[in-house]
Design a protein. Structure first.
Length: 242
């Protein structure tokens, strides 16, 4: 085992309050593309820029085009958790991991068994009517031929944070509290370029910051351990390997 992995394994063994902060790179090993890598969604060509198509104003003015893009590129109902998700669920089961703070909306942490998951950008599994607020599941959106409509006549929207919308303050507060109390903060699968989410790292007060990402981040110089590798492979070897 590489020296960095041994250090991480020992750090986890000594920890009592681990918090994980993750981004799109956590789910790429499950076949879900990220956004900003060379093969990510933002490098693909569409009729409209992807950043525009996931904005609130685009959803309101072009709901049909929004849902066509959303169904094709943003929801993966058949995706399965990878070793990163399973390793984090195992650490929570052991009582070491206290919270997963995620920018993802794919529900894979919950599928793997994690319970305390703080979804900064909402969930692609939850939907509600914009008029009467009735709740719906993903199957309603997938079964709709075009724009999913509520029985009351309102448009059904995803319970996700679109561009131009604010993050849920309650989720932010819980995330800040968890990060502030952590003795180990593991950050993985994120370039840490998306704010205000990335700004939550400023609340970490400990000395054990771990960054696991294939590319460099602006926080690398503050980390105790930096691992440039796939997060599923890394956490799988450190946590799940016997």
């Amino acid at each position: 085992m590489k020296e960095e992995l041994i250090r991480l394994k020992n750090m986890i063994q000594d920890a009592s309050y681990i918090v994980f902060f993750g981004g799109a790179g956590v789910s790429t090993e499950s076949g879900i593309p990220d956004f900003r890598s060379p093969d990510g969604l933002y490098s693909m060509k569409f009729k409209y820029p992807p950043e525009q198509m996931v904005s609130y104003s685009f959803f309101v003015t072009h709901p049909s085009e929004f849902y066509a893009f959303f169904r094709e590129k943003l929801v993966y109902p058949d995706a399965l958790p990878n070793n990163a998700h399973f390793a984090l669920a195992e650490l929570e089961k052991q009582g070491k991991l206290k919270a997963v703070v995620t920018q993802n909306v794919d529900n894979l942490h919950q599928k793997a068994g994690s319970v305390n998951v703080l979804e900064l950008h909402g969930s692609g599994n939850r939907y509600y009517c914009m008029l009467c607020k009735e709740a719906y599941g993903l199957e309603t959106v997938l079964e709709a031929e075009d724009i999913p409509m509520c029985r009351c006549g309102g448009i059904i929207r995803p319970d996700v944070v679109l561009y131009e919308e604010s993050l849920d303050q309650n989720v932010i507060n819980k995330s800040i509290s968890a990060i502030r109390n952590a003795d180990v903060l593991i950050v993985g699968g994120t370039s840490l370029n998306v704010y205000p989410a990335a700004g939550l790292l400023q609340y970490y007060q400990g000395d054990n910051l771990v960054l696991i990402n294939k590319s460099e981040t602006s926080f690398d110089s503050y980390a105790s351990i930096v691992i440039r590798d796939a997060i599923g492979e890394t956490l799988g070897e450190v946590v799940l390997a016997t």
